[in-house]
Structures are given as structure tokens and as C-alpha cells.
Ligand binder design. Structure first.
Ligand SMILES: *[C@@H]1O[C@H](CO)[C@@H](O)[C@H](O)[C@H]1NC(C)=O
Ligand SMILES: *[C@@H]1O[C@H](CO)[C@@H](O)[C@H](O)[C@H]1NC(C)=O
Ligand SMILES: *[C@@H]1O[C@H](CO)[C@@H](O)[C@H](O)[C@H]1NC(C)=O
Ligand SMILES: *[C@@H]1O[C@H](CO)[C@@H](O)[C@H](O)[C@H]1NC(C)=O
Length: 296
């Protein structure tokens, strides 16, 4: 195991560091899209449905509740792909999510959240990244297509060097491992994958000005082709994350870097589609921007 990040390490963080190498082993994970096998419906009762022999999962939101699922497995590094078709029509006030998260107050989290809008007005793709319980790293984007017309690919690459968010294969955000300058990085706490839909009309659309129109309910988002190539953490004996890397047949993602094409596409999305970046919000951080902003 590498040394802990130099940020405010907590007791539960230290516990995680000790427990992982002794209690968990790592398997090659390759799951190609059967929701019955890969996920559990965790809330919303029959508002969440697995259909078409496990190929399709729909989540709905009505006035009483949203709904959600999570992966059966926990992962430590990997590539996580899913296709999502978002709530069509008037989706203002709704939030549809796809994210990785560990447990507890000092959790790590890697978020895609889709903020709905009035018919014809653009969704916002809201991204965030928590390390050791600390988030406040929002970047938001418009998309270059209507995400309600068809399914599109949303992917997370998570390896020890960086975390990259992709839309239809195009990188939109990179969070680099900046432990060398004192920023903690998600690398010790296994995460599960989650999807959900919920009402957030206190903030989601135009900052909360546009409310959910419940006459349009239920609101439905669809997920398919859940495709994970990752280190699956199991509770049997094992030796730690390095054994995962060396046991993977195709671990190319473990060391996947941004080549020059990816870098120029990342610049393109950030220049043309980014609508909010915490790293330029000097009003919000009067004491100075977060340290990772100097390298991102
Ligand atoms: C999503 O990814 C799949 C598999 O790589 C590809 O066949 C499909 O064309 C992609 N869809 C879009 C909209 O890019
Ligand atoms: C909704 O549409 C308005 C008007 O075009 C836009 O300002 C806003 O960014 C859009 N997205 C959200 C989530 O509010
Ligand atoms: C490994 O996976 C990458 C994509 O993740 C692919 O480009 C490459 O061809 C694969 N290599 C082998 C040997 O299968
Ligand atoms: C990880 O990042 C370090 C420092 O930025 C770099 O030297 C190294 O080559 C990277 N490794 C991979 C596998 O990308």
C-alpha cells in the first residue's frame, strides 16, 4: 500500500488502510450488462424495474419517492461504462445520477448528476469528486446532443494516477492524483456503483427557480449496457491492490494516461461546454483556490 495522503487523516481512514490488505482480495471483474446479476434495487419499491431479461433498468420518480440501485460488487479502480437515456420533456427539478461511492463520513465519491430542465432547455451534467469526505469540486457541462432522445455512453476511468469522466468516449473532466501537493486521492476505499433519480427542485434547475411539475410525473430514466472492467474487492483473504493490477488480464486502463488526442478533446469540451468550474470561482474561495486547481 502507498502512504496515506497528507490531508486530514481520520480514524476511519486509518482503519480502512489496515483492513484492506488483510481482509480483501481482488478479482478480475468483467461484467457485461445483466442487471439481475450486477445490481440490487435499493430503494423506491416498484419505481425501479429490471426489464428485458436484465438488459434494461428503469428508474422513476413520482411525488412520493424516487428510486435507485447499486452494484452488488465493490471495486477498487476500473473502467465503468453505462448507457443512459434521460427523462424526456419537462424534467425540471429532477436529478438522475450515476456515481461511484464508498461508505462513511470520510467517503470517496465520483459523480455524474444530470440536472433536468423545461422542455427544450438544456440539461446540465453536474460532476463532483469527493476524497476523504470532502467534495466542493463541482464542474458542470452542457451536452452537445439531446440526452433524452437516445441512449448515450457515460464512463468513469478510475486508476491510481487519475480519474477521467467521459461522454460518448470524449473526456470532459480529469482529476489528477495530486497527493504530492497534499490533496487526497481516492485509492484506498472500495466503491460501489449507484444510479438514482430524485427530486431536487430546491436547487437543480436554474438554481431552484424552476420547480418540478408533478402533473408530468412519473419521470423515467433508463439505463442499459452496464459494463465494468475493474478490480472487484471480495471479503476473502488477499494481499492488496497491487495484486489486483498484476492479476488483471487486460489492465491497460490501470495505467491509461491522457494521450495528446484525449488532451485536445478534453480542452475542446471544457472550452465549449463547461458552464461552471470550481477552479475559477475565486469568489467562492476567498482564501485561495483549492490546491489541485494549480494542476487541473
Ligand atoms: C456507446 O458505446 C458503444 C460501445 O463502445 C458504441 O457501440 C456506441 O456507438 C456508443 N454510443 C454512442 C452514442 O456513442
Ligand atoms: C435550463 O435552461 C436554462 C435556460 O436555457 C439554462 O439557463 C439552465 O442552465 C438550464 N439547465 C438547468 C439545469 O438549469
Ligand atoms: C485492452 O483494453 C483496451 C481498452 O480498454 C483495448 O484497447 C486493448 O486492445 C485491449 N488489449 C488486449 C490485449 O485485449
Ligand atoms: C502516473 O503519474 C506519474 C506522475 O505524474 C507519472 O510519472 C507516471 O508515468 C504515471 N503512470 C502512469 C502509468 O500513467
Amino acid at each position: 500500500m502507498a502512504s496515506p495522503p497528507s490531508s486530514s487523516s481520520s480514524l476511519s481512514y486509518i482503519a480502512t488502510m489496515v483492513l484492506i490488505p488483510t481482509m480483501m482480495s481482488f478479482l478480475i471483474g468483467f461484467a457485461a450488462g445483466n442487471f439481475y446479476q450486477d445490481v440490487d434495487i435499493t430503494w423506491g419499491d416498484n419505481r425501479a424495474k429490471i426489464l428485458n431479461n436484465g438488459e434494461l433498468l428503469t428508474l422513476t420518480l413520482d411525488k412520493a419517492s424516487g428510486s435507485g440501485f447499486r452494484s452488488k460488487s465493490e471495486y477498487l479502480f476500473g473502467v465503468f461504462n453505462i448507457q443512459i437515456k434521460l427523462v424526456p420533456g419537462n424534467s425540471a427539478g429532477t436529478v438522475t445520477t450515476y456515481y461511484l461511492s464508498s461508505q462513511g463520513a470520510n467517503h470517496d465519491e465520483i459523480d455524474f448528476e444530470f440536472l433536468g430542465n423545461l422542455s427544450g432547455d438544456p440539461y446540465i451534467l453536474h460532476t463532483n469528486l469527493y476524497t476523504q469526505g470532502k467534495g466542493n469540486r463541482e464542474q458542470q457541462f452542457y451536452l452537445w446532443f439531446d440526452p433524452t432522445n437516445d441512449f448515450h455512453n457515460y464512463s468513469i476511468l478510475w486508476n491510481p494516477n487519475h480519474t477521467v469522466f467521459y461522454v460518448d468516449g470524449t473526456p470532459i473532466r480529469e482529476f489528477k492524483n495530486a497527493e504530492s501537493i497534499g490533496v487526497s486521492y481516492p485509492k484506498n476505499q472500495p466503491m460501489r456503483l449507484y444510479g438514482s433519480i430524485w427530486n431536487a427542485d430546491d436547487w437543480a434547475t436554474r438554481g431552484g427557480l424552476v420547480k418540478t411539475d408533478w402533473t408530468q410525473a412519473p419521470f423515467t430514466a433508463s439505463y442499459r449496457k452496464f459494463d465494468v472492467d475493474a478490480c472487484v474487492v471480495s471479503s476473502s483473504a488477499g494481499t492488496g491492490s497491487s495484486s489486483c493490477a498484476s492479476s488483471l488480464k487486460n489492465n491497460s486502463w490501470m495505467s491509461q494516461d491522457m494521450d495528446s488526442t484525449s488532451q485536445s478533446r478534453l480542452k475542446w469540451t471544457q472550452k465549449n461546454y463547461m458552464v461552471y468550474n470550481y477552479c475559477t470561482d475565486t469568489k467562492r474561495f476567498p482564501q485561495g483556490l483549492p490546491p489541485e486547481c494549480s494542476i487541473h
